[in-house]
Ligand binder design. Structure first.
Ligand code: DQA
Length: 145
């Protein structure tokens, strides 16, 4: 059976490519989706990329992933630094969780230095631009092999 990976994206990432391109680059989330779908096909993983500006929706997708996916890649965006609820939801998921940040959060404001999600994440990628998603997907391929 082909394994499925949910690639979840939090608030404001719908504006990727338009929003602060000096920090987040010019690629859009649709570009990320295409790259991940292509790579996923190559390494035998089905990918489902989702984005919401609503915390509760992200939590509902994590719950859905409990049955529908074997791994989660998540860029929780600002929820990284605020959401115990997203952490609690991830703690209900049994498979590997990889956390991605496009920017190097450790080089930025101090409020971005703490991540609730990192308490659960099996790996964290930050500062590799949107390439971080593909790197995480490759790692996920190994973890799910
Ligand atoms: C981000 C970093 C967060 O601090 C920020 O709130 C985001 C995006 C990143 O991908 O670099 O929205 O998660």
């Amino acid at each position: 059976m082909t394994k499925t990976v949910y690639i979840l994206n939090g608030p404001n990432l719908n504006l990727l490519g338009k929003r602060q391109p000096e920090i987040y680059g010019h690629d859009t989330l649709a570009d990320v989706e295409a790259v991940c779908a292509e790579l996923g096909e190559k390494i035998g993983l089905k990918t489902r990329l989702l984005q919401s500006n609503w915390e509760g929706q992200i939590i509902d997708w994590i719950h859905e992933a409990r049955d529908a996916a074997q791994g989660i890649i998540i860029n929780p965006a600002a929820l990284t630094h605020t959401s115990v609820a997203v952490l609690d939801a991830l703690n209900t998921f049994d498979g590997p969780v990889l956390e991605v940040h496009i920017s190097n959060v450790h080089q930025r404001e101090s409020f971005r230095h703490h991540s609730y999600v990192s308490q659960r994440a099996d790996g964290v990628i930050a500062g590799f631009g949107v390439e971080g998603y593909a790197l995480a997907l490759r790692r996920m391929g190994r973890l799910l092999a």
